[in-house]
Design a protein around this ligand. Structure first.
Ligand SMILES: [Fe+2]
Length: 545
C-alpha cells in the first residue's frame, strides 16, 4: 500500500478535507489541518526508510490474526497487522521504515493449489497494517489465505468471493454482528459464529469502545493476566486508538470469526466517541480538538479493518458503499454518523418536536441520500439490504398516544427516514431488509410505510442484531419488554441476551435466526436459537418460523 505522497499535495488534501466540514463554519480549514497533522503526526512518506531485515523479527508478529473483507466476484481484501508486542505503542517494531510481508491465496487450506501470491511492505506509517487486494479470483468460491514475515507464518484465513454479477443465486447466508465492548465480557458469540456456515458477515458498528479499561479487563475479571495501564484512559490520540484495536484483536474468538468469513464493516459512534454527530462531540471538546480526535479514530479504523476504500486523507473517511450478490441481493452499507445533523432536543429519549421533525435535518447527509436513492432506482436485486447502525423503525417506550423516542436513532430524524421510504417506494423496491445494531438487544420489526398510521402498509422488515458483549450477560426479557412490545405492534420479537443473527436470503424469502449466548461474563457460554422469523419475497411482513 506504499503511496509516495507529495507533502504539499498532502497539505492541500488536508485543507480540502477540513473545508468539506462546511457546516462547521467557525472551524477554519487551516486550524483543522494543523490539528489533524499534529494529532496524527504523519511522517513524511518519502522518508519511509529501509525495510527491516527479515532476521530482525525475533518474535511472532502475527498476534492480531488475519481478516478478509469487501468481497467481489473476482477479488477480496486481505488484512493483517504486524505486532510482536501488540500492547506497546508502535507494535514493538521500529518507528520508521517497513517490513516485507508475503501473502498467498489458494484453493485449499494446505496451500497446495496456490492461486495468487505477492509481497507488500507493512509501513510504520500505517502502523504495520497490510491491505492486499487479492484479485483474479473466480466468483462464488471459497479461498484460503495467509501471510509470512521473516521466518513467521500467520494463521490461515478462509474467505469467499461473491457470485458473478447478474447471476442467479439460490441462497446467501449472512452474519449480523455489532457492539463488542471488551470490558463487558467475553466474545463467546464470535466463537459460535465462527462455527456457522456463512458466506459473509456484516459488522454494523461499535467494533471498539473508547472508555478506559482496567487491568482486569473490566467484567472479564482476568486473574491470569494484567492489562497494561495504556488501556486505562479514554481513547483520544491516534496511538490510543491503535492500541485499542490491538487489545480487541488479541481476542481469540474475534480472531476466529475474522478468519472464518469475509466481513463487510461499517462503524457507529464508539469507534470515535459515544453519540457524536458529524463534527460535533458528545462532550464539551473544542471543534478543532474533536475533529482531530475523529481524524485519528477514522485513520485507526481504516488501518485495522479489511477495507478497500482509499486510506483517509485528512479528516474524513468515505465508508458507505454498495455490493451486489448476484441477482439475489444488493447491499447498501450506510454511514449514519459522519454526515448527520446534530441530535435534536438535546439527544436522549425525548418527545418529538418541530426541531426533530425539521425536514432540513438528515441522518445520512444529502450526498449519501442521493447515492442510496439512485441505487434503489438502478437495483434489479430481489432483496435490497441496508446494513446500517441505528434503529430504523419507530420505537415508542410507552403505550401513551404521545411517547418519547430515541433522538439518536432514525426516530430522531423522521424526515430523513421518510425520504428514504418514499424513494424506495418510487423505485419499486419490494423487498427492503434493514440490518441494525446499536441497541444491544435483538428486535424483529415490520417496517411500516407510515409509523403514525396503524393501518399503513408494511414495506419491509428490520432485523436488529443484539450485541456481541456490550452490557454484559443481559436478560431474555429486559425490564421494559412488556411495555415496548405493547407500545409497538410492528415489533414482533424482542430479546435482551447477547449473541448474533444469521440472515438467510433466497429467491422466495428472507429469514433471521436470532442466536443467543447463555452468558458472557465468564467463558464457555452455550448458544441457542431464541427465535426465527421469515418474510416472503413480494409480501413484506414477518412471521415466526
Ligand atoms: Fe454499542
Amino acid at each position: 500500500m506504499a503511496r509516495t505522497a507529495d507533502p504539499s499535495s498532502h497539505d492541500q488534501q488536508l485543507r480540502e478535507a477540513a473545508a468539506r466540514l462546511g457546516r462547521r463554519r467557525f472551524l477554519t480549514a487551516a486550524s483543522a489541518a494543523a490539528a489533524v497533522a499534529f494529532t496524527t503526526n504523519l511522517p513524511d512518506a518519502r522518508a519511509a526508510g529501509a525495510d527491516l531485515a527479515p532476521g530482525a523479527l525475533t518474535e511472532n508478529p502475527f498476534t492480531l490474526g488475519v481478516a478478509s473483507g469487501d468481497p467481489l466476484p473476482d477479488a477480496v481484501v486481505l488484512w493483517t497487522r504486524l505486532a510482536p508486542r501488540p500492547y506497546e505503542p508502535g507494535n514493538g517494531l521500529p518507528p520508521a521504515g517497513a517490513v516485507r510481508v508475503e501473502w498467498e491465496i489458494a484453493h485449499d487450506e494446505r496451500f497446495r493449489r496456490a492461486v495468487r501470491r505477492g509481497t507488500v511492505r507493512a509501513h510504520a506509517e500505517f502502523n504495520h497494517t497490510v491491505h492486499v487486494e487479492a484479485d483474479g479470483l473466480e466468483p462464488d468460491r471459497v479461498y484460503w489465505y495467509r501471510f509470512r514475515a521473516g521466518s513467521w507464518t500467520s494463521p490461515v484465513g478462509r474467505t469467499r468471493t461473491t457470485p458473478a454479477r447478474g447471476r442467479r443465486v439460490d441462497e446467501v447466508r449472512l452474519g449480523l454482528v455489532s457492539c463488542q465492548a471488551y470490558e463487558d465480557g467475553y466474545f463467546t458469540a464470535y466463537r459460535h459464529l465462527a462455527q456457522e456456515d456463512l458466506d459473509a458477515v456484516f459488522h454494523v458498528g461499535d467494533y471498539i469502545y473508547e472508555y478506559g479499561i482496567d487491568a482486569a479487563g473490566g467484567d472479564r475479571g482476568y486473574t491470569d493476566r494484567t492489562l497494561p495501564a495504556v488501556f486505562g484512559h479514554e481513547t483520544a490520540t491516534l496511538e490510543d486508538y491503535r492500541l485499542r484495536y490491538a487489545l480487541y484483536k488479541t481476542d481469540p474468538d474475534l480472531q476466529a470469526a475474522h478468519a472464518a468469513f469475509p466481513w463487510y464493516v461499517t462503524w457507529d459512534d464508539h469507534e470515535v466517541e459515544n453519540n457524536y454527530a458529524a463534527g460535533i462531540p458528545e462532550k464539551g471538546q473544542s471543534p478543532e480538538a474533536f475533529v482531530a480526535r475523529r481524524a485519528a479514530a477514522y485513520r485507526a479504523y481504516w488501518e485495522n479493518m479489511p477495507l478497500r476504500m482509499p486510506r483517509p486523507e485528512g479528516t474524513d473517511l468515505l465508508l458507505y458503499r454498495r455490493f451486489q450478490y448476484g441477482r439475489l441481493a444488493q447491499f447498501d452499507l450506510l454511514d449514519t454518523r459522519q454526515y448527520r445533523s446534530d441530535q435534536a432536543n438535546g439527544d436522549g429519549w425525548q418527545y418529538p418536536t418541530p426541531e426533530s421533525a425539521d425536514p432540513a435535518r438528515t441522518l445520512v447527509g444529502a450526498t449519501q441520500e442521493r447515492w442510496l436513492l439512485d441505487g434503489f432506482r438502478r437495483s434489479t436485486a430481489v432483496w435490497n439490504v441496508l446494513p446500517q447502525q441505528v434503529v430504523f423503525s419507530r420505537r415508542k417506550n410507552t403505550t401513551d398516544e404521545r411517547s418519547r423516542l430515541s433522538m439518536d436513532a432514525w426516530d430522531g430524524y423522521p424526515a430523513s427516514r421518510e425520504r428514504i421510504l418514499a424513494g424506495a417506494e418510487r423505485a419499486g423496491v419490494e423487498n427492503l431488509v434493514v440490518l441494525t445494531g446499536d441497541v444491544h438487544v435483538a428486535y424483529a420489526l415490520d417496517v411500516k410505510r407510515d409509523f403514525d398510521d396503524p393501518a399503513a402498509r408494511t414495506v419491509g422488515v428490520e432485523f436488529v442484531g443484539t450485541s456481541i458483549s456490550s452490557d454484559g450477560d443481559g436478560a431474555e426479557k429486559p425490564a421494559n419488554w412488556a411495555t415496548l412490545t405493547a407500545a409497538n405492534p410492528h415489533l414482533k420479537f424482542y430479546n435482551g441476551l447477547r449473541g448474533y443473527t444469521a440472515v438467510t436470503l433466497t429467491a422466495g424469502h428472507a429469514r433471521a435466526d436470532f442466536r443467543t449466548v447463555s452468558h458472557i461474563t465468564t467463558p464457555g457460554g452455550t448458544v441457542a436459537t431464541a427465535a426465527s422469523f421469515v418474510t416472503e419475497a413480494g409480501h413484506p411482513g414477518l412471521q415466526q418460523a
